[in-house]
Design a protein around this ligand. Structure first.
Ligand code: GLP
Length: 260
């Protein structure tokens, strides 16, 4: 397959402290997103990238490798590097907000809020959040989008006592986690279960996919620094846009951890 040549190359900022490979990676990402490189086509060879940007082969390779790490490209031995039909990677090593996840990919997160109100908790939520009898929760139901594309539907429940002013202070179009942090509420750990399922008619419509399309179903309970549960979330994410990637470490038989 013949690789395209680089359409445009903006000058790199060589004194600003941002690594050159990172600047190149950002430009390549922009070009992939803008459709300058159609999906499944080969990226220009690293020699061309290095020459056009005036950087070493090592820097060009690092830029391409970081695109692969983000799941935007993949290498085939002896054939080159190809643009992936991008599936977003779900990172299971950090408690990340949707906004943060999108940001790490250079994508803008948006939310379409379906409802945000104080409600009585269902039995499942009461149990997960260890609520006292009669305790109320905030229930936030949103469609989460990246660059305008609906990717998931999330329904989050948080005990009102954790952040009593949330209804008043939270701008529902912004990051929930960021607002909680501004109120001194830090969700530090989470346990998350992933299952596969099929989109309900309602979620399929919200996600603009065919009813019964394969989806990932996430159930997350997030905990505060003191270990108390403070968020119960059920999410439905598009199976055609996400993949689950685990990074594993093997313990050697003598107990030492391998390099990650
Ligand atoms: C992710 C998590 C949710 C969490 C949300 C907060 O999507 N799966 O459990 O509620 O992030 O996102 P944000 O801070 O962007 O509103």
């Amino acid at each position: 397959m013949i690789a395209r040549t680089l359409p445009q190359v903006a000058p790199l900022d060589r004194g600003g402290g941002i690594p050159l490979y990172h600047q190149i990676q950002r430009q390549l990402m922009e070009q992939i997103r803008s459709g300058a490189f159609p999906r499944s086509e080969a990226l220009p060879p690293v020699q061309e990238i290095a020459a056009r940007y005036g950087v070493s082969l090592m820097t060009a390779r690092q830029a391409v490798r970081s695109l692969c790490d983000l799941g935007m490209a993949y290498s085939r031995q002896g054939k080159g590097t190809f643009i992936a039909n991008t599936k977003l990677e779900k990172n299971f090593r950090r408690v990340m907000s949707f906004t943060e996840e999108m940001k790490t990919r250079g994508t803008t997160a948006q939310s379409r809020v379906l409802s945000f109100r104080i409600r009585s908790a269902t039995g499942e939520v009461r149990k997960a959040l260890q609520l006292r009898a009669g305790e109320k929760v905030f229930r936030l139901h949103r469609v989460r989008c990246g660059d305008g594309v609906p990717l998931g539907v999330e329904c989050s429940c948080l005990p009102v006592r954790v952040c009593p002013d949330l209804l008043r202070d939270y701008d529902v179009t912004s990051s929930l986690y960021r607002t909680l942090e501004m109120h001194g509420v830090f969700l530090m750990t989470a346990s998350e279960v992933v299952e596969v399922g099929r989109a309900s008619a309602e979620n399929a419509k919200l996600l603009r996919i065919a009813p019964r399309s394969p989806v990932f179903l996430f159930t997350r309970i997030s905990f505060l620094e003191d270990g108390k549960p403070a968020e119960f979330v059920r999410s439905t994410y598009r199976g055609d846009r996400y993949k689950i990637v685990n990074r594993l470490t093997r313990l050697r038989s003598d107990g030492a951890a391998g390099a990650t």
